[in-house]
Write a protein that binds this ligand. Structure first.
Ligand code: DON
Length: 579
């Protein structure tokens, strides 16, 4: 996993979880008579790879807006982090268009192919066939990311795709230096990846897997990106690329149809909005479970002043709220185009008040008293970036191929590594997926349906501050973003927020997971006395990327997760001609 937790981070979490006396007044929200700036003084971008952040800044210098920068950042991440995301996968793009004042959620989630019935993922004994669910062509949904890049460029951007995808094409063709996570991720998935001819052609091009320091080139991916840049949607979903994708899936024993590819569409959805202690939060609607769970947790804990509680009680209250929200995720959440999600109930402050009333002030509620049954695991891929531009446009994007290197299968001749997002469906009701989360009918696979996600790209705004935030981390994304929001609420800087140590509870398994150093021994003992099970020494997880604009001071800042040495947060306030 990731390098050792930044020492500083342990100190900082104490502001949020551990030491009430150190809590800061949320300076960003105090009343002021000073005038607030109407626009940011420049732009800020935080992403998981410096080459991606730099590509975004390059588009802004060329006269592009945040949406052009987003296309460039997404494109480069797809090339330099194949371990995490790519054009063979999907993602969610939360946008704020400063011109219209409108927030929109571009849902580029993968869809289930027609062949993907629940029965196709069961073995002869009726058990979940995890190999099919997580490896190779059956594990892949129809990709959504290329459609999103085309849609965003056309509808919101100012620059042509030939410009915004140029950095990705260049880096795919000329290569980039291999870093540790790529090499280690490959080692962990090697036996699966090398089953596939297309994967071997890319990753064993010189006979050996990519090694740290070597230059990794993906000429076929460069060609596919060029087709998208010049032909738009048809460059991926019809014609040459589509033909190759269909042939590769067939060759490896899967079944996709030309219509499934040509029929893929992004959905523009209305983001969820709710308030927490003076912050307006804008976040991901279904088919993400992230926004609903975030709203449930924050509205539940709003009955306490977390900063005034001792660390054990603060952790207790937070994790009890998490437990209840993840229970609802399991039972009710799915693709809203296919199932009726009881949104008004789950988003209601009254519902949260009801949940609050069931939390004993100093006793854990065993998860087995709420319906369901136990489960395992965790992974560390997916990627997030956050952008603010000088006009006040915002982009919060989380994109993914799901697990490390997705399905492991590159479609021969395209350079496109296919996702393994099908594992995010409840392929067998009540059986946990790779993240230990399960689901029932609401998240059962159906042709054309989008699998439930935890990705939670979000904005938060108070009178004085505007924040863009998000993270990878599978089912832990939601609690990672939650801890980030609490960090900003406690008055922390963007970099402090990105570094915060993490805790997590997801109903099942009935366990508080904590990064080493997040909870001290005394707090763990107190939590255990309340009836909690605690693993206080888990390996670090997540990769949070955030940017913030202080409207009162008119300053910008970025925060990049210290767990990922490749990330880069940058602020660019160079004067520019109006455009
Ligand atoms: O959509 C989701 O919730 C997952 N496919 C995200 C996967 C992820 O974050 C992987 N890494 N930690």
């Amino acid at each position: 996993m990731r390098p050792v937790l930044h020492v500083f981070a342990a100190v900082v979490l104490s502001l949020v979880v551990a030491m009430p006396t150190a809590a800061k007044t949320p300076a960003a929200k105090t009343a002021t008579t000073a005038a607030h700036a109407s626009h940011p003084p420049g732009a800020a971008i935080a992403s998981a790879h410096a080459l991606a952040t730099d590509a975004g800044l390059e588009m802004l210098r060329k006269g592009g807006n945040a949406f052009d920068a987003a296309v460039a950042v997404s494109g480069v991440l797809s090339v330099v982090e194949p371990v995490s995301s790519g054009i063979g996968g999907g993602g969610f793009f939360l946008l704020h268009d400063a011109k219209t004042g409108r927030d929109v959620f571009v849902d580029a989630r993968e869809t289930a192919p027609e062949s993907a019935t629940p029965a196709s993922f069961l073995d002869a004994k009726g058990d979940l066939d995890r190999d099919r669910a997580q490896n190779g062509p059956w594990s892949a949904g129809i990709p959504g990311l290329p459609a999103a890049l085309v849609h965003i460029a056309k509808k919101y951007g100012k620059l042509p795709l030939t410009t915004t995808l140029a950095p990705a094409i260049r880096i795919a063709r000329d290569g980039f230096p291999v870093y540790e996570r790529l090499e280690k991720g490959y080692a962990s998935r090697r036996t699966v990846m090398e089953r596939y001819r297309g994967t071997r052609a890319v990753f064993l091009a010189d006979g050996d897997p990519p090694k740290v320091g070597e230059t990794f080139k993906q000429p076929e991916l460069a060609h596919t990106l060029e087709l998208i840049a010049s032909k738009g949607f048809d460059g991926f979903y019809r014609g040459e690329t589509a033909t190759k994708l269909l042939a590769a899936v067939k060759e490896e024993g899967g079944r996709w149809t030309p219509n499934e590819l040509a029929g893929y569409r992004v959905r523009e959805r209305t983001p969820l909005k709710f308030d927490y202690r003076g912050w307006h939060i804008t976040t991901a609607p279904p088919p993400s479970s992230g926004g609903v769970a975030l709203a449930e947790i924050l509205q539940t804990v709003s009955g306490w002043d977390l900063q005034k509680l001792d660390p054990a009680h603060r952790t207790h209250i937070l994790t009890e709220a998490m437990r209840r929200a993840y229970r609802d995720r399991t039972i009710y959440l799915g693709d809203p185009d296919f199932v009726k999600v009881p949104m008004s109930r789950l988003m209601s402050p009254d519902y949260a008040a009801g949940l609050r009333a069931t939390i004993h002030p100093d006793k854990a509620t065993p998860s087995e008293l709420l319906p369901g049954q136990p489960a395992p695991l965790e992974d560390d891929e997916t990627t997030h970036y956050s952008i603010i531009d000088a006009q006040g446009n915002l982009v919060s994007t989380t994109q993914t191929v799901n697990l490390t290197y997705g399905s492991g299968m590159v479609a021969t001749g395209t350079g496109v590594l296919l996702n393994n997002e099908m594992d995010d469906f409840a392929l067998k009701p009540g059986t946990a997926n790779a993240f230990g989360v399960m689901g029932f009918e609401a998240n059962a696979p159906k042709p054309g349906k989008r699998m439930l996600s935890s990705m939670t790209p979000s904005f938060m705004e108070s009178k004085d501050k505007l924040v863009v935030i998000g993270a990878p981390g599978g089912s832990r994304i939601i609690t990672e973003v939650l801890i980030g929001i609490l960090g900003y609420d406690a008055g922390l800087s963007a970099q402090q927020v990105a570094a915060l140590p993490r805790i997590h509870h997801q109903w099942l398994p009935d366990l508080i997971s904590a990064e080493a150093g997040a909870l001290d021994a005394q707090t763990v003992t107190a939590l255990e006395a309340m009836g909690h099970k605690v693993n206080a020494a888990e390996a670090n997880w997540g990769n949070l990327q955030t940017v913030a604009w202080d409207k009162r001071a008119n300053t910008l800042e970025g925060g990049t997760d210290p767990r990922n040495p490749m990330g880069k947060a940058a602020v660019d306030t160079a004067p520019r001609a109006a455009h």
